[in-house]
Design a protein around this ligand. Structure first.
Ligand code: FES
Length: 504
């Protein structure tokens, strides 16, 4: 199965989602959804069941983006800690977030039961652990915050990992699954309920005409009353691009020599934190370890991060082999909560969901419920808290400034720091680099045959300079996370245009 990267995840390996291409139709739809990942498929299914006629337009193939690269932790203890949520949004809102996370797990369970989905779903206990006095203090506050928000949790005297720790907490009610088995089944339910899908159909623009949304795609023009951008981040230049920062996370799939696989979801509280789970994969257990997160386009050698993660895992586990190494992208919201609802600055019929942090399975599922309720005119308890147009002058303000200062640096600074032409000659097979030739920056890549591809490194979205990601052999934009393959084709938006080719 294809995805937006060079590396392969265990979920994709030997797995296919073959779907019949729905017949092209010019008949108006009720809702067009751009993107066939967890958000698009879940939203489509809910809407279709609510009597709406839906079309999913996917730019590439089903689950091409982060949905095939998630580690599929279904957790109620989210990336934004409960003490942080209480401080920024108040106790009542923190309880609502906890309720939403529980509801998302409940919705997934309902789907699995109703459609008899075989997706390796297992309920697990969760563990968080500290490794020094400062972290002990932080963990104590986290426990208090979790309980205040209504998450059942208790101090623990052990963790299911061979990792030294000082204090720990444990919490029931977590779960895990095989994301692609789950989403494949959900997509089939969507189609059985009368939904339509077209792949290889990137949405290029949406124009409102007499109250109808005209959707222009690479393979045709469609119309609908409402449009949902379930594209990880909406395209175009929008307020949300300045409220979400793209990050990448690194994951190893490890076979152990001593079979000491954790039977739980486990997290340390370092920054960035490490996360652990076990998957049953191809008849044997697989330890999944993640971490080494960084802002997209901010690591000089992304391949080195796999080696760092491997060295970290080797300190504690007896590694027999590492059949999988992969990385994936997520968006950090400025104030710690996702943006789900009407797309700000547009007409009232455009919707989006973004800024999930590392909790895509939870918020992608919850977004399906919220967007369905908004579009069908029903109330939803989370709609105000998670509205993309929310104004929180205090919450997230420092992050907002920091992230945008960083964007400005990439608009201006990168143009002054490109490398010298000699670097061009030293380019290895499968390597890319931004070099300067005749005063102009050029993104160059050498393929397996030794051919050089030269691209304009200026990101078509808003003009930042892309950086080479050697782990995934992609050009990544440090500003809003657009990613392009080695030939310049779009892997991830918000850019809707490819990098300009300079040689042929
Ligand atoms: Fe916005 Fe590249 S993604 S400038």
């Amino acid at each position: 199965m294809d995805r937006d990267a060079f590396t392969t995840t265990p979920w994709q390996d030997n797995f296919e989602i073959r779907i019949p291409q729905s017949p092209d139709t010019k008949a108006p739809f009720d809702v067009i959804i751009a993107g066939a990942g967890i958000t698009g498929i879940t939203t489509g299914l809910f809407l279709q069941q609510a009597g709406k006629k839906c079309l999913i337009l996917e730019a590439h193939t089903v689950c091409f983006g982060t949905s095939s690269a998630t580690t599929a932790h279904l957790n109620t203890v989210l990336d934004t800690s409960y003490p942080e949520l209480i401080k920024k949004f108040g106790t009542a809102s923190s309880r609502l977030v906890a309720q939403g996370a529980k509801e998302a797990i409940g919705l997934i369970k309902e789907h699995i039961k109703a459609y008899e989905i075989d997706c390796d779903f297992e309920e697990k206990k969760g563990y968080l652990y500290a490794q020094n006095e400062k972290e002990d203090d932080e963990l104590g506050k986290m426990l208090e915050g979790m309980r205040t928000a209504g998450i059942e949790a208790a101090p623990g005297s052990s963790i299911p990992l061979p990792v030294p720790f000082t204090t720990a907490i444990q919490f029931p009610g977590q779960a895990q699954l095989h994301p692609l088995k789950y989403l494949k089944a959900l997509l089939h339910q969507f189609l059985e309920a009368g939904g339509a899908i077209r792949t290889g159909a990137p949405v290029q623009k949406v124009v409102q005409k007499e109250g109808i949304q005209e959707v222009y795609s690479a393979n045709g023009r469609y119309s609908a009353a409402d449009v949902v951008y379930a594209t990880h981040i909406p395209p175009g230049i929008n307020l949300l691009h300045f409220r979400c920062a793209p990050y990448r996370s690194y994951v190893l799939g490890i076979r152990l020599a001593d079979h000491s696989y954790p039977d739980a979801l486990v997290y340390d509280i370092e920054d960035p934190y490490h996360y652990f789970r076990t998957a049953r994969h191809q008849g044997a257990p697989l330890l999944i370890v993640g971490g080494c997160d960084h802002k997209t386009g901010h690591a000089d050698n992304t391949g080195q991060l796999f080696r760092e993660l491997e060295a970290y895992a080797a300190k504690f586990f007896r590694i027999a082999s590492i059949p999988y190494r992969w990385s994936s992208q997520y968006y950090e919201p400025a104030d710690g909560l996702p943006y789900i609802g009407r797309l700000p600055g547009n007409n009232d019929h455009l919707y989006t969901a973004t800024g999930y942090s590392g909790n895509g399975m939870i918020f992608g599922t919850l977004a399906g419920r919220i967007l369905c309720n908004l579009i069908t005119g029903n109330d939803n308890p989370y709609k105000t808290l998670l509205a993309p147009s929310r104004i929180k002058p205090v919450a997230g303000f420092s992050n907002f400034i920091k992230e945008n200062a960083d964007v400005v640096r990439h608009f201006i600074g990168d143009r002054l720091s490109v490398e010298v032409p000699e670097a061009f000659a030293g380019l290895g097979i499968g390597e890319g680099r931004v070099v300067k030739q005749g005063g102009q920056p050029i993104a160059v890549y050498k393929n397996e045959e030794g051919n050089i591809f030269a691209l304009d490194p200026v990101c078509p979205h808003a003009g930042c300079l892309v950086q080479w990601n050697n782990a995934e052999r992609s050009w990544d934009c440090p500003c809003h996370g657009s990613r392009f393959d080695s030939t310049g084709a779009v892997l991830n938006g918000p850019s809707q245009k490819k990098l300009r080719q300079l040689n042929r």
